[in-house]
Design a binder for this molecule. Structure first.
Ligand code: NAD
Length: 340
């Protein structure tokens, strides 16, 4: 039986989730939604996704532009087993009632608070806990990146504490409205940033303090991470574990890649759809152990992509057959021709 998935909010994240779901052998897209006729609405139609709209009184606006409308979002929800809500942060909370009304499972994104579902998800950390849940929230792009690497270090040597700085992209590549164009913005200026507490919604035992700033770039965030380990670290072991991790890629020194610009070129040369890097990108030459127990590294996180594969795993954990995290991750990745 195929899991019927609706994507409410066919934007940056939603359109990627729709394509990733379509590539899976055990799930299908029954509908996606938009609020206004737009280029993305046109693409949804071209891809054959039934298009539903939030405000059905706008139907004529779509149809006069040659974009067929299958019905209202409320109707879409009824056709699905599970809804991935990828509407802009804050809007998703308003949709909860609708999912409850029809008894549907739902997954929200990192722009919503943890409380919306009471359960925050990361494939590498708590896949099994999603089983039997009605509601879940996939943590943000930055938190997903932190979860993967901190869990790995914790499994290897135990993590005493984490101190991390997020250098964040100013806007997504398709976003013409946001900035900064010429500034380094302390965002937030207060310390710690919200990323640490967000990580603790998945890994509550981790002692973490995060800081964040925003720079004028559109492709990827860069994390500067320092972890105090409980046991003496072993660089070779960490590198080996990163190599074996399905969702963390090791950027080898010989490639010459030292920037997000070169990572973007690499992703497009790989032929990845939309140049998406679903894996966290750890720079091999940055991985350092100082004074035995201090681990340092740089990792780049593709904000538009890393959460996409996590949404697919979360759907499978909640609505699919009983399988393990490793099996789901392997199936998700294989179906998308993704090898980290
Ligand atoms: P987006 O603005 O690109 O897309 C949101 C889509 O929702 C738009 O297509 C819009 O048409 C649609 N929409 C708006 N109101 C709606 C409504 N009432 N009903 C149905 N659809 C509606 O936003 P995004 O960047 O994809 O972000 C979505 C969520 O994912 C947010 O919670 C965000 O924090 C999170 N997220 C974003 C990124 C990122 O880098 N863009 C990364 C990780 C998580």
């Amino acid at each position: 039986v195929m899991i019927k998935v609706a994507v409410n909010g066919y934007g940056t994240i939603g359109k990627r989730v729709a394509d990733a779901v379509s590539a899976q052998p055990d799930m299908e897209i029954v509908g996606v939604s938009k609020t206004k006729p737009s280029a993305e609405a046109l693409i949804a139609g071209k891809k054959g996704y039934p298009l539903y709209i939030a405000d059905i009184s706008k139907k004529a606006d779509f149809e006069k532009n040659g974009i067929p409308v299958a019905g209202s979002v409320e109707e879409m929800v009824q056709t699905a087993d599970i809804v991935v809500d990828a509407t802009p942060g804050g809007i998703g909370a308003k949709n909860r009632q609708l999912y409850e009304k029809y008894g549907k499972m739902a997954i929200w994104q990192g722009g919503e608070d943890h409380d919306i579902a009471g359960f925050s998800f990361s494939s590498s950390c708590n896949f099994d806990e999603a089983k039997g849940k009605k509601f879940a929230r996939v943590v943000s792009c930055n938190t997903t990146g932190l979860c993967r690497i901190i869990k790995l270090a914790d499994d290897a040597f135990g993590v005493e504490k984490v101190r991390a700085t997020m250098v964040r992209r100013g806007a997504d590549p398709g976003d013409a409205k946001r900035g900064p164009v010429d500034a380094i913005v302390l965002n937030p200026v207060t310390i710690p940033s919200h990323h640490g507490p967000d990580l603790q919604t998945v890994l509550p035992e981790i002692n973490i303090v995060t800081t964040a700033l925003v720079v004028p770039t559109t492709f990827m965030h860069m994390h500067i991470l320092q972890m105090d380990l409980k046991e003496t670290g072993d660089r070779d072991k960490i590198l080996e574990m990163i190599k074996d991790h399905p969702r963390i890629g090791l950027i080898k020194g010989f490639t010459g890649i030292k920037s997000t610009a070169e990572l973007k070129e690499y992703a497009s040369d790989l032929g990845r759809p939309r140049s998406d890097l679903w894996e966290s990108c750890v720079f091999e030459d940055s991985v350092s152990i100082v004074e035995g127990k201090e681990l340092y590294l740089f990792q780049a996180i593709h904000q538009e992509a890393d959460v996409v594969v996590e949404n697919v795993d979360c759907i499978r954990a909640m609505a699919g057959e009983n399988i393990t995290a490793a099996e789901s991750i392997a199936l998700t990745d294989r179906s998308m021709n993704f090898e980290a």
